[in-house]
Design a protein around this ligand. Sequence first.
Ligand SMILES: NC(=O)c1ccc[n+]([C@@H]2O[C@H](COP(=O)([O-])OP(=O)(O)OC[C@H]3O[C@@H](n4cnc5c(N)ncnc54)[C@H](OP(=O)(O)O)[C@@H]3O)[C@@H](O)[C@H]2O)c1
Length: 177
Amino acid sequence: MSNIVYVGTSLDGYITDKDGGLDWLQYIPNPDNLDLGWADFMDNIDAIVMGRNTFDKVCSFDCPWPYSKPVFVLSNSLTSLPDEYKGKAELINGSISEILKNINRKGYQHLYIDGGSLIQSFLKEDLIDEMIITVVPILIGGGTKLFGDLAKHMKFELLNTEILLNAMVKNHYRRDR
Ligand SMILES: NC(=O)c1ccc[n+]([C@@H]2O[C@H](COP(=O)([O-])OP(=O)(O)OC[C@H]3O[C@@H](n4cnc5c(N)ncnc54)[C@H](OP(=O)(O)O)[C@@H]3O)[C@@H](O)[C@H]2O)c1
């Protein structure tokens, strides 16, 4: 079983800007529309566990549903998801450990954990096994932080580094327990 983070951050460690915007993630020109490893990553996960704010953001994009794997939306405030997401995303609630047990029991072992505060909650319980972090060379000065307070140091081993579009650095880390 593994829980994996796959995110893009600014040089100053944010995953959204102060307005919740993500446009800066694409400021490096990508004329050939390369997917930069996204499809390979998605092939290797079984399901996505997403915070409710990230789900809201994905729903606001003017594009078809971007995921081919089951999506579990973690929310303790919603009682249901809009009908149009039936068969695409499923609402779950409860503690992180209960949720994980539930999803693993359904047969999904390799999980993509997505959303700022959700990633931080997983890290607090030492439940993140790998992180793939692409750093975009821009300072955005504020927004949603990728990382937050932790009770202890957590070591990671570097598995791979790639330079994307001659501008961004993608680092793949594995938790060193
Ligand atoms: N740059 C990137 O690669 C990247 C990647 C992912 C997301 N994002 C962006 O980050 C923003 C969302 O991040 P976010 O930090 O605001 O929110 P988030 O982690 O996506 O969602 C947080 C929400 O998830 C629900 N939740 C339930 N249990 C939780 C728990 N134990 N821990 C954490 N959340 C729990 C809560 O919803 P309820 O209030 O409904 O209970 C909480 O408000 C979006 O704008 C998204 O587009 C960027």
